[in-house]
Design a protein around this ligand. Sequence first.
Ligand code: NAD
Ligand code: IPM
Ligand code: MN
Length: 352
Amino acid sequence: MRIAVFAGDGIGPEVTAQAVRVLQALDLPGLELVEGDVGGAAYRKHGHPLPPETLAIARSSEAILFGAVGDFTLDHLERALRPEQAVLGLRKELGLFANLRPARVFAGLEDLSTLRPDVAGRIDLLIVRELNGDVYFGEKGMRTLDDGRRQGWDMMSYAEDEVRRIAHAGFKAAQGRARDGQPGKLCSVDKANVLETSQLWRDVMIEVAKDYPEVALTHMYVDNAAMQLVKDPGAFDVIVTGNLFGDILSDQASMCVGSIGLLASASLAEGSFGLYEPIHGSAPDIAGQGIANPMATILSAAMLLRHSFGLEEQAARIEAAVAGALADGVKGGDLGGSAGTQEIGDAIVARL
Ligand code: NAD
Ligand code: IPM
Ligand code: MN
C-alpha cells in the first residue's frame, strides 16, 4: 500500500499529520507512506509548486493523501508558480476528473449545522464536481486594450467527451445510492439559460441519461441550487456539476453540515487511483496555532481506503470514530468547541 503524502502549506501539515496517525493506527498490512513537497513549501525549496520529484512520487503511488496549498505571500508570483498550481497540476496531470464531495449529517449531530436542526437533519448528499475542465483550465490572460484599459479574461469551455465522462460518474454514483428500494436521484446543476458551455452540459446529461433509466435526472440553474441548498438540502441526493459551480456549492454544503473542517473529498481517475483531500484550504488565518479541525482530512483518509484499496471496513471504522468523537463533544473551534488539532486526533485514534 504505497500512499503519497503531500501536506502542503498553512494548516495542511497540521491536519495531514493527524490523518497519518489514523492510518498508522489501523495496522494496515504493507502500508508505506512517502512524503513529497507541494505548494508554497515546494516553491521555496525547489522553485516550483509541483516539482518533478513530487510528480514522480505521485505516479509511483496507489493513492495520494493531500493537505492543502496556498500562501498569500506568494500571490505576486506568475500564476504558473503559485502554490495552488500544485493541486491543479496534480488533478490535470493524473487525469483526476471526478471529484466526489459528500456532505452528510451524522445521526444526532444536526445541531452542528448553522441551519435549523429540522432542515439539517436530512442532509445526505454527494456533489460530483468535474475537475479537469471549465473556466479553470481554459486560456486566460491579462491584456491592455487599445484605449489603455486593462482586461483580464478566462475562457470557459467544455468538450462533449469531458461532460460525458463526468455524467457517467454522476449517474453511477446515483445508481450506487439506491435506498429502501428507491433509486438514487441525480440533479445536474448548470447555467444553461445563459452559457453555451452549460447548454452542451445539459444536452449531454440528457443523452447519457438514456443509459441509466432507473436514475431520475433533474436540472437546476446554479443560482437556484445555491438557494435550495440552504432551503431544503435534504431534498438533494447526487448533484453533478462543473468545476467552478462545484467548487462554490461544496463550500456552501459544508456549512449545511456544520463546518468546512468536516468535508472530505476524493478526486478520481478511471480505475482505483485517487487524490484525497479536505475541501478546505490552507487557512492562513489559523495556521500554526494547533487549532485546525483535522476531521475533513481524516475522513478523506477513509475515502482513500474505500476507493483506492477497497477497504470498506476500515473506512467505516474511521467514520464511526469521527462521529463518535463529535457525539462525545470533541469539537474544534470551527464547531464552537475548544479541542485542538492534536486532541481531536487523539480522540479519533482512541476510538479506533
Ligand atoms: P480556507 O478554506 O483555507 O479557509 C476559509 C475559512 O475556513 C478560514 O476562516 C479558515 O480558518 C476556516 N477553515 C478552513 N479549514 C479549516 C479547518 N480545518 N478547521 C478550522 N477552520 C478551517 O479558504 P481561503 O481562506 O479562501 O483560502 C486560503 C488559501 O487556501 C488560499 O491560498 C487558497 O487558494 C487556498 N485553498 C487551497 C485549497 C486546496 O489546497 N485544495 C482549497 C481551498 C483554498
Ligand atoms: C478546492 C480549492 C481549489 C479549487 C483551488 C485551491 C485551486 O478551492 O480544492 O476546492 O478551486 O478547486
Ligand atoms: Mn474550493
